[in-house]
Ligand binder design. Structure first.
Ligand code: AHM
Ligand code: MG
Length: 339
């Protein structure tokens, strides 16, 4: 009989990848697994309880916060804080990073976590999949001292682990520690994640493009040209347009079927919408680990030096050859050209 690892077993079995590991990263992933189950339980009954709608707060980016955003943020923050396995957390829902203090042990931990607790939350009201995105770095300041901004403003190529949870038709946790990408599906009856998608890879080519084309008129010329290319009648084109408006779900589908996700700059949002630290870097790490590619149209996402926590960047991510073609179209124009 074929053995189906649970996520817990898989984490232990793969600890040997990290020669000098103290098990800290394993415990960290385990905490995320636990928080994911709690959030999943709440997201799944979203239609049943009076938990929908805006909480009335506006987050730092000036967007309405949904109640479940706050709930998910609290669960992930508390789970990580209580176990004292990270020395700092930055969340898309918090204005500033949080320093974990209170015991020497906490301050001696070497990892910081960046998290988007509930991405695509405008989809909750209409029962469309949402996701959690996380990213882990080793701190660069001295262990035992409070974390600093520079611990969070590291290039994506320094990530130690990254992943997402998609609360979909079934709930999955997909993650990488730099040794490929593996996907685990939750059996809700017993609350256990099973390895259902070992060694996930992006097809090198694909036939799906995912972008909010409603903003076409505001896009840079390179994006407009690429979209026309996607729609041309050629061998494998026109491509299929598929856009859920929930990054995790769009990425997940494109990784399985082959496709490209684009959130470009526009005359309305000159730096794009997605956040480099909470969304683009972790997805870029996963994409590359799965044989895909992630770019801002001009350079590799994971080579961008972050300058602020809530920085936004344009994002082209997915099947390697598709992203390479999109980059060519972008690079026909200077990066700062007029719309
Ligand atoms: P959020 O972090 O506020 O949820 O925004 C991110 C989401 C992505 O999941 C999604 O791809 C995108 O915003 C959709 O934006 P738009 O409605 O502008 O197409
Ligand atoms: Mg988000």
């Amino acid at each position: 009989m074929q053995k189906h690892s649970t996520l817990g077993e898989f984490i232990i079995e793969n600890q040997e990848h990290f020669k000098y590991s103290s098990g800290e990263l394993s415990r960290l992933i385990n905490s995320i697994r636990l928080a994911a189950k709690v959030v999943n339980h709440e997201v799944n009954k979203a239609g049943l309880v009076d938990i929908l709608g805006n909480a009335g707060d506006i987050n730092i980016q000036g967007e309405d916060q949904q109640k479940l955003d706050i709930y998910a943020n609290n669960i992930f923050m508390q789970t990580l804080k209580n176990r004292q396995i990270v020395c700092g957390i930055a969340s898309e829902e918090e204005d500033d990073f949080v320093t974990i203090s209170g015991s020497d042990k906490a301050n001696n931990s070497k990892y910081v976590v960046l998290i988007d607790p509930l991405d695509g939350s405008s989809n909750i009201d209409v029962n469309v999949s949402v996701g959690t995105i996380f990213s882990v770095y080793r701190r660069i300041t001295e262990s035992g001292t409070p974390v600093q901004l520079e611990d969070f403003l590291q290039k994506g190529n320094k990530q130690v682990a990254a992943g997402y949870i998609v609360y979909g038709t079934s709930t999955m946790l997909v993650y990488t520690t730099g040794h490929g990408v593996n996907g685990f599906t939750l059996n809700p009856a017993i609350g256990t994640f099973y390895l259902s998608h070992p060694k996930m890879t992006f097809p090198e080519d694909g036939t799906i493009y995912s972008i909010n084309e409603g903003y076409y008129i505001h896009f840079p010329q390179g994006v407009k040209d690429y979209l026309k290319y996607c729609q041309l009648e050629e061998e494998d084109r026109p491509y299929k347009a598929r856009y859920i408006g929930s990054l995790v779900s769009d990425f997940h589908r494109n990784m399985i079927k082959g496709g490209i996700y684009i959130y470009p700059t526009s005359s309305k949002a000159p730096t794009g919408k997605l956040r480099l630290l909470y969304e683009c870097n972790p997805m870029a790490f996963l994409a590359e680990q799965a044989g895909g590619k992630a770019s801002d149209g001009y350079m590799r996402i994971m080579d961008i030096k972050p300058t602020e926590l809530h920085q936004r960047v344009p994002f082209f991510c997915g099947s390697k050859n598709m992203v390479a073609v999109a980059e060519k179209f972008m690079q026909n124009y200077p990066q700062d050209s007029e719309y």
